[in-house]
Write a protein that binds this ligand. Structure first.
Ligand code: AMP
Ligand code: GLY
Length: 437
Protein backbone atom coordinates (compact mmCIF):
# COMPACT_ATOMS: atom_id res chain seq x y z
CA UNK A 1 0.00 0.00 0.00
CA UNK A 2 2.88 2.34 0.71
CA UNK A 3 4.30 3.92 -2.45
CA UNK A 4 7.57 5.37 -1.17
CA UNK A 5 7.05 6.20 2.49
CA UNK A 6 10.18 5.92 4.63
CA UNK A 7 9.46 4.49 8.04
CA UNK A 8 11.70 3.47 10.92
CA UNK A 9 12.29 -0.32 11.04
CA UNK A 10 10.50 -0.45 14.40
CA UNK A 11 8.23 2.20 15.90
CA UNK A 12 7.96 2.48 19.68
CA UNK A 13 4.58 3.98 20.49
CA UNK A 14 3.12 5.74 23.52
CA UNK A 15 -0.68 5.62 23.22
CA UNK A 16 -2.57 8.17 25.34
CA UNK A 17 -6.21 7.50 26.17
CA UNK A 18 -7.87 4.75 28.12
CA UNK A 19 -11.14 3.83 26.36
CA UNK A 20 -12.73 1.90 23.52
CA UNK A 21 -11.30 4.06 20.73
CA UNK A 22 -7.80 3.47 22.09
CA UNK A 23 -8.35 -0.28 22.46
CA UNK A 24 -9.32 -0.42 18.78
CA UNK A 25 -6.18 1.58 17.85
CA UNK A 26 -3.96 -0.62 20.05
CA UNK A 27 -5.49 -3.79 18.56
CA UNK A 28 -4.75 -2.53 15.06
CA UNK A 29 -1.21 -1.37 15.96
CA UNK A 30 -0.49 -4.82 17.39
CA UNK A 31 -1.04 -6.25 13.89
CA UNK A 32 1.65 -3.99 12.41
CA UNK A 33 5.03 -5.55 11.58
CA UNK A 34 6.47 -2.09 12.36
CA UNK A 35 5.39 -2.06 16.01
CA UNK A 36 8.28 -2.12 18.47
CA UNK A 37 7.15 -1.53 22.07
CA UNK A 38 3.63 -0.26 22.69
CA UNK A 39 3.37 1.81 25.89
CA UNK A 40 -0.01 2.63 27.37
CA UNK A 41 -1.43 4.60 30.31
CA UNK A 42 -1.66 2.98 33.75
CA UNK A 43 -5.38 3.81 33.85
CA UNK A 44 -6.12 2.13 30.50
CA UNK A 45 -8.89 -0.46 30.26
CA UNK A 46 -8.25 -4.17 30.66
CA UNK A 47 -8.24 -4.74 26.88
CA UNK A 48 -5.52 -2.15 26.25
CA UNK A 49 -3.45 -3.44 29.19
CA UNK A 50 -3.42 -6.89 27.59
CA UNK A 51 -1.69 -5.43 24.54
CA UNK A 52 0.62 -2.70 25.87
CA UNK A 53 3.15 -2.21 28.65
CA UNK A 54 2.34 0.41 31.29
CA UNK A 55 4.16 3.75 31.02
CA UNK A 56 5.49 4.34 34.57
CA UNK A 57 5.33 8.14 34.29
CA UNK A 58 2.18 10.19 34.94
CA UNK A 59 0.76 11.11 31.55
CA UNK A 60 -0.66 14.45 32.62
CA UNK A 61 0.93 17.20 34.66
CA UNK A 62 4.70 17.05 34.30
CA UNK A 63 5.01 16.90 30.51
CA UNK A 64 8.74 17.66 30.63
CA UNK A 65 9.33 14.49 32.66
CA UNK A 66 7.14 12.46 30.33
CA UNK A 67 9.19 13.77 27.39
CA UNK A 68 12.42 12.75 29.13
CA UNK A 69 11.01 9.28 29.74
CA UNK A 70 10.02 9.04 26.04
CA UNK A 71 13.63 9.90 25.16
CA UNK A 72 15.01 7.17 27.46
CA UNK A 73 12.67 4.54 26.00
CA UNK A 74 13.23 5.72 22.41
CA UNK A 75 9.53 6.35 21.91
CA UNK A 76 9.35 7.62 18.36
CA UNK A 77 5.58 8.06 18.03
CA UNK A 78 3.09 9.41 20.57
CA UNK A 79 -0.56 8.91 19.61
CA UNK A 80 -3.09 11.11 21.42
CA UNK A 81 -6.62 9.66 21.40
CA UNK A 82 -8.90 12.01 23.39
CA UNK A 83 -9.72 15.70 22.98
CA UNK A 84 -8.71 16.67 26.57
CA UNK A 85 -4.90 16.39 26.15
CA UNK A 86 -5.14 17.94 22.65
CA UNK A 87 -6.92 20.99 24.06
CA UNK A 88 -4.16 21.26 26.68
CA UNK A 89 -1.50 21.41 23.99
CA UNK A 90 0.14 18.06 24.66
CA UNK A 91 0.86 17.46 20.97
CA UNK A 92 3.21 20.43 20.77
CA UNK A 93 4.68 19.90 24.23
CA UNK A 94 5.69 16.29 23.50
CA UNK A 95 6.96 16.81 19.95
CA UNK A 96 10.71 16.65 19.41
CA UNK A 97 12.97 16.40 16.35
CA UNK A 98 13.41 12.66 16.98
CA UNK A 99 9.77 12.01 17.97
CA UNK A 100 6.49 12.36 16.08
CA UNK A 101 3.23 13.15 17.82
CA UNK A 102 -0.04 12.16 16.18
CA UNK A 103 -2.66 14.78 17.03
CA UNK A 104 -3.08 18.48 16.21
CA UNK A 105 -1.57 21.36 18.17
CA UNK A 106 -3.73 23.17 20.73
CA UNK A 107 -4.31 26.00 18.21
CA UNK A 108 -5.45 23.54 15.52
CA UNK A 109 -7.54 21.46 17.96
CA UNK A 110 -9.45 24.68 18.67
CA UNK A 111 -11.71 23.59 15.81
CA UNK A 112 -13.13 21.17 18.41
CA UNK A 113 -12.69 22.93 21.75
CA UNK A 114 -14.12 26.27 20.60
CA UNK A 115 -17.23 25.98 18.42
CA UNK A 116 -17.32 29.76 17.91
CA UNK A 117 -13.81 29.60 16.42
CA UNK A 118 -14.86 26.67 14.20
CA UNK A 119 -17.74 28.80 12.88
CA UNK A 120 -15.35 31.65 12.15
CA UNK A 121 -13.04 29.33 10.21
CA UNK A 122 -16.01 27.93 8.28
CA UNK A 123 -17.13 31.46 7.44
CA UNK A 124 -13.63 32.32 6.18
CA UNK A 125 -13.63 29.19 4.02
CA UNK A 126 -17.28 29.45 2.86
CA UNK A 127 -17.87 25.98 4.32
CA UNK A 128 -21.60 25.17 4.44
CA UNK A 129 -22.88 25.15 8.04
CA UNK A 130 -25.89 26.34 10.04
CA UNK A 131 -26.20 30.14 10.42
CA UNK A 132 -25.31 31.14 13.96
CA UNK A 133 -24.59 33.95 16.37
CA UNK A 134 -22.28 33.97 19.41
CA UNK A 135 -23.41 35.29 22.80
CA UNK A 136 -21.93 35.83 26.23
CA UNK A 137 -24.51 38.41 27.32
CA UNK A 138 -27.70 36.96 28.80
CA UNK A 139 -30.08 39.74 27.72
CA UNK A 140 -28.78 39.83 24.16
CA UNK A 141 -29.10 36.02 23.91
CA UNK A 142 -32.67 36.15 25.25
CA UNK A 143 -33.69 38.94 22.88
CA UNK A 144 -32.31 37.01 19.91
CA UNK A 145 -33.95 33.73 21.03
CA UNK A 146 -37.38 35.43 21.12
CA UNK A 147 -37.08 35.99 17.36
CA UNK A 148 -36.45 32.25 16.74
CA UNK A 149 -40.09 31.17 16.92
CA UNK A 150 -39.54 28.11 14.70
CA UNK A 151 -36.89 26.71 17.00
CA UNK A 152 -33.12 26.83 17.11
CA UNK A 153 -30.15 24.99 18.58
CA UNK A 154 -28.31 26.34 21.62
CA UNK A 155 -24.73 25.13 22.06
CA UNK A 156 -21.97 25.63 24.55
CA UNK A 157 -18.83 26.63 22.66
CA UNK A 158 -16.45 24.62 24.91
CA UNK A 159 -15.88 20.89 25.48
CA UNK A 160 -18.87 19.24 27.19
CA UNK A 161 -18.39 15.53 26.37
CA UNK A 162 -21.18 15.61 23.78
CA UNK A 163 -23.71 17.09 26.23
CA UNK A 164 -23.52 20.81 25.44
CA UNK A 165 -26.09 20.88 22.61
CA UNK A 166 -29.80 21.57 23.18
CA UNK A 167 -32.29 21.33 20.32
CA UNK A 168 -35.16 23.78 20.94
CA UNK A 169 -38.55 23.61 19.22
CA UNK A 170 -39.67 27.11 20.21
CA UNK A 171 -38.56 30.30 21.93
CA UNK A 172 -39.60 29.06 25.40
CA UNK A 173 -37.31 26.05 25.12
CA UNK A 174 -34.52 28.29 23.82
CA UNK A 175 -34.89 30.62 26.83
CA UNK A 176 -34.63 27.61 29.16
CA UNK A 177 -31.50 26.38 27.34
CA UNK A 178 -29.89 29.82 27.55
CA UNK A 179 -30.72 29.88 31.26
CA UNK A 180 -29.04 26.50 31.75
CA UNK A 181 -25.78 27.67 30.17
CA UNK A 182 -25.55 31.34 31.18
CA UNK A 183 -27.42 31.48 34.52
CA UNK A 184 -27.18 27.99 36.08
CA UNK A 185 -23.74 27.57 34.48
CA UNK A 186 -24.41 23.84 34.05
CA UNK A 187 -21.20 23.43 32.04
CA UNK A 188 -19.08 26.01 33.86
CA UNK A 189 -16.68 27.95 31.64
CA UNK A 190 -17.28 25.61 28.69
CA UNK A 191 -20.82 27.04 28.49
CA UNK A 192 -20.12 30.68 29.34
CA UNK A 193 -20.08 31.52 25.62
CA UNK A 194 -22.92 30.06 23.57
CA UNK A 195 -23.94 29.72 19.96
CA UNK A 196 -27.55 30.06 18.90
CA UNK A 197 -27.92 28.46 15.52
CA UNK A 198 -30.36 27.57 12.83
CA UNK A 199 -32.01 24.17 13.31
CA UNK A 200 -31.22 21.91 10.37
CA UNK A 201 -32.97 18.72 9.31
CA UNK A 202 -31.77 15.61 7.48
CA UNK A 203 -29.80 12.39 7.88
CA UNK A 204 -26.50 12.62 9.75
CA UNK A 205 -23.17 11.11 8.96
CA UNK A 206 -19.66 11.36 10.37
CA UNK A 207 -16.85 11.72 7.87
CA UNK A 208 -13.39 11.20 9.30
CA UNK A 209 -10.23 12.15 7.41
CA UNK A 210 -6.54 12.00 8.14
CA UNK A 211 -4.68 15.08 6.97
CA UNK A 212 -1.05 16.16 7.01
CA UNK A 213 -2.08 19.73 6.23
CA UNK A 214 -1.85 19.19 2.44
CA UNK A 215 -3.25 15.78 1.53
CA UNK A 216 -6.27 13.96 2.88
CA UNK A 217 -7.17 10.32 3.31
CA UNK A 218 -10.89 10.01 3.89
CA UNK A 219 -11.68 6.87 5.86
CA UNK A 220 -14.68 4.75 4.95
CA UNK A 221 -17.45 6.51 6.90
CA UNK A 222 -18.99 5.03 10.01
CA UNK A 223 -22.25 6.09 11.59
CA UNK A 224 -22.86 6.16 15.32
CA UNK A 225 -26.10 6.07 17.30
CA UNK A 226 -26.06 8.83 19.91
CA UNK A 227 -29.35 8.36 21.80
CA UNK A 228 -29.50 5.82 24.61
CA UNK A 229 -32.71 4.02 23.56
CA UNK A 230 -33.84 1.88 20.64
CA UNK A 231 -35.41 3.94 17.83
CA UNK A 232 -33.22 6.95 18.75
CA UNK A 233 -35.06 7.78 21.96
CA UNK A 234 -33.90 9.13 25.31
CA UNK A 235 -30.91 11.30 26.17
CA UNK A 236 -27.72 11.68 24.15
CA UNK A 237 -24.72 9.53 25.04
CA UNK A 238 -21.12 9.34 23.84
CA UNK A 239 -22.40 6.76 21.31
CA UNK A 240 -24.23 3.45 21.83
CA UNK A 241 -22.73 1.72 18.81
CA UNK A 242 -21.60 2.32 15.24
CA UNK A 243 -21.40 0.60 11.89
CA UNK A 244 -19.39 0.92 8.69
CA UNK A 245 -19.76 1.37 5.75
CA UNK A 246 -22.77 3.70 5.75
CA UNK A 247 -25.47 3.54 3.06
CA UNK A 248 -25.56 7.34 2.51
CA UNK A 249 -21.87 7.63 1.73
CA UNK A 250 -21.66 7.41 -2.06
CA UNK A 251 -18.34 8.25 -3.76
CA UNK A 252 -19.94 11.40 -5.21
CA UNK A 253 -21.15 12.61 -1.82
CA UNK A 254 -17.75 11.99 -0.21
CA UNK A 255 -16.10 13.89 -3.02
CA UNK A 256 -18.48 16.80 -2.47
CA UNK A 257 -17.65 16.83 1.26
CA UNK A 258 -13.94 16.64 0.44
CA UNK A 259 -14.23 19.59 -1.96
CA UNK A 260 -16.65 21.78 0.01
CA UNK A 261 -15.70 20.97 3.62
CA UNK A 262 -12.24 19.46 4.13
CA UNK A 263 -10.23 21.43 1.55
CA UNK A 264 -11.64 24.91 2.37
CA UNK A 265 -11.41 24.30 6.14
CA UNK A 266 -7.73 23.36 6.00
CA UNK A 267 -7.06 26.21 3.56
CA UNK A 268 -8.75 28.67 5.92
CA UNK A 269 -6.60 27.34 8.78
CA UNK A 270 -3.50 27.82 6.61
CA UNK A 271 -4.47 31.44 6.00
CA UNK A 272 -4.67 31.84 9.78
CA UNK A 273 -1.17 30.29 9.91
CA UNK A 274 -2.43 27.32 11.90
CA UNK A 275 -1.22 24.14 10.22
CA UNK A 276 -3.44 21.14 10.88
CA UNK A 277 -2.11 17.58 11.14
CA UNK A 278 -4.10 14.70 12.52
CA UNK A 279 -7.72 13.61 12.37
CA UNK A 280 -10.38 15.99 11.13
CA UNK A 281 -13.81 14.58 11.93
CA UNK A 282 -16.78 16.37 10.38
CA UNK A 283 -20.25 15.79 11.79
CA UNK A 284 -22.43 16.40 8.73
CA UNK A 285 -26.16 16.82 8.20
CA UNK A 286 -27.45 15.98 4.73
CA UNK A 287 -29.96 18.84 4.36
CA UNK A 288 -32.15 19.45 1.30
CA UNK A 289 -29.70 22.28 0.45
CA UNK A 290 -26.72 19.89 0.54
CA UNK A 291 -24.32 18.66 3.23
CA UNK A 292 -23.73 21.09 6.11
CA UNK A 293 -21.25 20.84 8.98
CA UNK A 294 -22.73 20.43 12.48
CA UNK A 295 -19.39 20.27 14.26
CA UNK A 296 -15.74 19.38 13.93
CA UNK A 297 -13.80 17.03 16.15
CA UNK A 298 -10.03 16.80 15.93
CA UNK A 299 -9.70 13.15 17.00
CA UNK A 300 -11.06 9.76 16.09
CA UNK A 301 -14.69 9.09 17.10
CA UNK A 302 -15.65 6.68 19.86
CA UNK A 303 -17.29 4.24 18.97
CA UNK A 304 -16.78 4.96 15.22
CA UNK A 305 -13.15 3.86 15.55
CA UNK A 306 -14.12 0.32 16.61
CA UNK A 307 -15.83 -0.73 13.32
CA UNK A 308 -13.37 1.43 11.33
CA UNK A 309 -10.28 -0.32 12.75
CA UNK A 310 -11.99 -3.70 12.43
CA UNK A 311 -12.32 -3.02 8.66
CA UNK A 312 -9.00 -1.26 8.01
CA UNK A 313 -6.68 -3.50 6.00
CA UNK A 314 -3.78 -1.05 5.68
CA UNK A 315 -1.02 -0.69 8.24
CA UNK A 316 -2.19 1.82 10.85
CA UNK A 317 1.34 2.82 11.88
CA UNK A 318 2.22 3.76 8.28
CA UNK A 319 -0.90 5.90 8.09
CA UNK A 320 -0.24 7.65 11.42
CA UNK A 321 3.45 8.15 10.61
CA UNK A 322 2.69 9.52 7.15
CA UNK A 323 0.18 11.96 8.68
CA UNK A 324 2.60 13.34 11.24
CA UNK A 325 5.54 13.59 8.82
CA UNK A 326 3.64 15.27 5.97
CA UNK A 327 3.74 12.24 3.67
CA UNK A 328 0.11 11.22 3.52
CA UNK A 329 0.10 11.39 -0.29
CA UNK A 330 2.44 8.35 -0.18
CA UNK A 331 -0.05 6.06 1.59
CA UNK A 332 -3.48 4.67 0.78
CA UNK A 333 -6.08 3.41 3.25
CA UNK A 334 -7.70 0.15 2.17
CA UNK A 335 -10.77 -1.31 3.81
CA UNK A 336 -12.13 -4.82 4.08
CA UNK A 337 -15.11 -5.33 1.78
CA UNK A 338 -16.94 -6.81 4.76
CA UNK A 339 -19.10 -4.58 6.96
CA UNK A 340 -18.55 -4.09 10.70
CA UNK A 341 -21.04 -3.30 13.45
CA UNK A 342 -20.23 -2.44 17.07
CA UNK A 343 -22.91 -2.75 19.77
CA UNK A 344 -21.94 -1.10 23.05
CA UNK A 345 -22.85 -3.04 26.20
CA UNK A 346 -23.44 -0.41 28.91
CA UNK A 347 -23.86 -0.07 32.67
CA UNK A 348 -27.37 0.37 34.10
CA UNK A 349 -28.09 4.10 34.50
CA UNK A 350 -25.76 5.29 31.70
CA UNK A 351 -25.59 8.14 30.51
CA UNK A 352 -26.61 9.13 34.07
CA UNK A 353 -25.11 7.72 37.27
CA UNK A 354 -23.99 4.07 37.34
CA UNK A 355 -22.00 1.80 39.64
CA UNK A 356 -18.57 0.40 38.79
CA UNK A 357 -16.72 -2.74 39.82
CA UNK A 358 -19.24 -5.38 38.71
CA UNK A 359 -17.78 -8.70 37.47
CA UNK A 360 -18.22 -9.34 33.74
CA UNK A 361 -18.73 -12.84 32.38
CA UNK A 362 -19.56 -14.32 28.99
CA UNK A 363 -16.76 -12.80 26.92
CA UNK A 364 -15.56 -16.26 25.84
CA UNK A 365 -19.11 -17.21 24.81
CA UNK A 366 -19.49 -13.94 22.88
CA UNK A 367 -16.27 -14.60 20.93
CA UNK A 368 -17.27 -18.22 20.27
CA UNK A 369 -20.73 -17.47 18.95
CA UNK A 370 -21.76 -19.59 15.98
CA UNK A 371 -20.92 -17.88 12.71
CA UNK A 372 -19.84 -18.37 9.12
CA UNK A 373 -16.27 -18.83 7.85
CA UNK A 374 -15.86 -15.18 6.77
CA UNK A 375 -17.43 -13.74 9.91
CA UNK A 376 -15.58 -12.51 13.00
CA UNK A 377 -16.20 -11.11 16.46
CA UNK A 378 -13.83 -8.69 18.21
CA UNK A 379 -14.48 -7.40 21.74
CA UNK A 380 -13.20 -3.87 22.24
CA UNK A 381 -13.11 -2.91 25.92
CA UNK A 382 -14.29 0.60 26.90
CA UNK A 383 -14.86 1.01 30.65
CA UNK A 384 -13.27 -2.12 32.14
CA UNK A 385 -10.52 -2.88 34.64
CA UNK A 386 -9.05 -5.92 36.40
CA UNK A 387 -10.01 -6.90 39.94
CA UNK A 388 -7.50 -8.20 42.51
CA UNK A 389 -7.93 -11.77 41.30
CA UNK A 390 -7.45 -10.78 37.64
CA UNK A 391 -11.17 -10.88 36.85
CA UNK A 392 -12.54 -8.28 34.43
CA UNK A 393 -14.80 -5.67 36.11
CA UNK A 394 -16.97 -2.83 34.83
CA UNK A 395 -15.31 0.58 35.17
CA UNK A 396 -17.42 2.98 33.11
CA UNK A 397 -20.79 3.71 31.51
CA UNK A 398 -19.88 2.16 28.18
CA UNK A 399 -18.29 -1.19 28.98
CA UNK A 400 -17.61 -3.40 25.93
CA UNK A 401 -18.03 -2.68 22.20
CA UNK A 402 -19.02 -6.01 20.69
CA UNK A 403 -17.89 -5.72 17.09
CA UNK A 404 -18.85 -8.16 14.34
CA UNK A 405 -17.53 -8.44 10.78
CA UNK A 406 -19.74 -9.99 8.12
CA UNK A 407 -20.78 -9.71 4.46
CA UNK A 408 -23.43 -7.03 5.03
CA UNK A 409 -24.19 -4.42 7.70
CA UNK A 410 -27.45 -6.27 8.44
CA UNK A 411 -25.64 -9.56 9.11
CA UNK A 412 -22.86 -7.85 11.12
CA UNK A 413 -25.58 -6.12 13.18
CA UNK A 414 -27.34 -9.42 13.84
CA UNK A 415 -24.10 -11.12 14.92
CA UNK A 416 -22.95 -8.23 17.12
CA UNK A 417 -26.36 -8.20 18.86
CA UNK A 418 -26.28 -11.96 19.43
CA UNK A 419 -22.74 -11.78 20.84
CA UNK A 420 -23.64 -8.74 23.01
CA UNK A 421 -26.40 -10.85 24.59
CA UNK A 422 -23.70 -13.21 25.92
CA UNK A 423 -21.91 -10.47 27.90
CA UNK A 424 -23.26 -10.53 31.43
CA UNK A 425 -22.97 -8.20 34.41
CA UNK A 426 -25.60 -6.83 36.75
CA UNK A 427 -27.78 -4.33 34.87
CA UNK A 428 -25.97 -4.74 31.50
CA UNK A 429 -27.95 -3.27 28.61
CA UNK A 430 -27.44 -2.43 24.94
CA UNK A 431 -29.41 -1.05 22.02
CA UNK A 432 -30.88 -3.78 19.86
CA UNK A 433 -31.07 -1.67 16.69
CA UNK A 434 -27.46 -0.64 16.02
CA UNK A 435 -26.91 -0.96 12.27
CA UNK A 436 -30.55 -1.91 11.66
CA UNK A 437 -32.55 -0.25 8.87
P1 AMP B 1 -22.76 18.48 17.84
O1 AMP B 1 -22.07 18.08 19.12
O2 AMP B 1 -22.63 19.93 17.49
O3 AMP B 1 -22.48 17.55 16.68
O4 AMP B 1 -24.31 18.22 18.12
C1 AMP B 1 -24.78 16.99 18.64
C2 AMP B 1 -26.03 16.60 17.91
O5 AMP B 1 -26.99 17.66 17.97
C3 AMP B 1 -25.82 16.36 16.42
O6 AMP B 1 -25.38 15.05 16.17
C4 AMP B 1 -27.19 16.64 15.87
O7 AMP B 1 -28.04 15.52 16.03
C5 AMP B 1 -27.70 17.75 16.74
N1 AMP B 1 -27.45 19.08 16.14
C6 AMP B 1 -26.35 19.86 16.29
N2 AMP B 1 -26.46 21.00 15.58
C7 AMP B 1 -27.65 20.98 14.97
C8 AMP B 1 -28.34 21.87 14.10
N3 AMP B 1 -27.84 23.03 13.75
N4 AMP B 1 -29.56 21.47 13.67
C9 AMP B 1 -30.12 20.31 14.04
N5 AMP B 1 -29.52 19.42 14.86
C10 AMP B 1 -28.30 19.73 15.33
N1 GLY C 1 -19.20 9.27 18.70
C1 GLY C 1 -19.09 10.67 18.71
C2 GLY C 1 -17.79 11.22 19.06
O1 GLY C 1 -16.80 10.51 19.20
O2 GLY C 1 -17.70 12.43 19.21
Amino acid sequence: MSKSLRLPEKINVLLLGTGGREHALAWKMKQSPRLGQLWVEAGANAGILEIGKVCPEPTSGDVFRLGQWCDRESVNLVVIGPEGPLSEGLATKLAAPHRQVFGPSKEAARLEWDKAFAKQVMRHGSVPTADSKVFTDLEQARTFALTRTDGCVVKATGLCAGKGVIICNNATEALAAIDLFLVQKAFGDAGSTILIEEKLGGAEMSVIALTDGRSFTILDPAQDHKRVGDGDTGPNTGGMGAFSPTPNASKELLHLIYRDVFIPTIDAMKRLEIPFRGVLYAGIMLTPAGPKVLEFNTRFGDPETQPTMARLKSDILSLLWATTTGNLAEVDAEFDSRAACCTMVCSKGYPGAFVKGLPITGMGEARAIERGPREDIVLFHSGTCRGKGGEVLTNGGRVIGVTALAGTVARAAELSRAAAAKIKFEGAFYRTDIGVG
